[in-house]
Design a protein. Structure first.
Length: 174
């Protein structure tokens, strides 16, 4: 696939450049961010389900995040014609909220992710490039590389956790 150029940087408007930019972002970048956020949800849910119990949400999630998630879920439930993100409240929070859950429970993650503090830092550092893509903008080469690196980092974390199957099995929040 040829590398797309941000349609906004073209000398004049060309209708085909807008979808070309969008297709590039989707095929090259967006799916990695999608994977990272969902890997993070799975990791948090799996580890806290083992370290606390299946009802970890009410114990490990700071109350402001619980309230925000419930409010957002209620908004979706009031408009049933739309899809909802999922059933578990973890699907109704944002990347910074996931990071706060991991940070505030970091001691529970250390046995399986000794570098949890680094992971929290990397997630915090990716928020701006993630927001660029999530708000339909075009990241620069530094942002694209950072997204690539974080995706690879998460795959390594997942592989490390999966190598400890006698301790934990990764589970999708339901």
């Amino acid at each position: 696939m040829s590398r797309a150029i941000d349609f906004r940087k073209q000398p004049q408007f060309v209708i085909e450049e807008v979808p070309k930019s969008g297709k590039y972002l989707g095929k090259r970048i967006y799916w990695k961010l999608y994977s990272v956020e969902n890997f993070y949800r799975i990791i948090i849910h799996s580890i806290l389900s083992v370290q606390i119990n299946l009802n970890w949400w009410v114990v490990a999630t700071p109350p402001p995040i619980q309230i925000k998630a419930q409010r957002l879920k209620d908004d979706y439930l009031r408009t049933p014609r739309h899809s909802i993100p999922g059933n578990h409240l973890i699907y109704f929070i944002y990347l910074n909220d996931l990071n706060e859950i991991a940070r505030s429970n970091s001691g529970l993650f250390v046995p399986l992710i000794p570098g949890i503090d680094n992971l929290v830092f990397e997630i915090e550092d990716i928020r701006l490039p993630r927001n660029i893509v999530a708000h339909m903008n075009f990241p620069n080469s530094t942002d694209r590389q950072q997204i690539d690196d974080l995706y690879i980092y998460f795959k390594t974390v997942i592989e490390d956790i999966q190598s400890n199957k006698d301790i934990i099995t990764l589970k999708v929040p339901k």
